[in-house]
Design a protein around this ligand. Sequence first.
Ligand SMILES: [Zn+2]
Length: 92
Amino acid sequence: MENIASDERPKACNVLCIEVSCGTRDCDAPIRIHTVVALGTESLLSEARRLVSLSTTDQIGCGSLHFLKGSLREAEVLGAYFDTENWELAYL
Ligand SMILES: [Zn+2]
């Protein structure tokens, strides 16, 4: 069956910024993770928690140089919002 439209376009997406606690008590410098998600995501916070819980990191640090390494399953998500900076998204 051939049903591939020649002008098929990628789904609209946007850059989601997720703020994660570095895990150090009283540190107010969250780690910011940027990722691309499809628009229409209903709850940014629950989507952010889902994505983070599935993620691992080699070494990412907050602004105060506290580092997370390994699984982010236990990481505390502090917030999530669409980053409206003018990102250039490349579709291959
Ligand atoms: Zn920190």
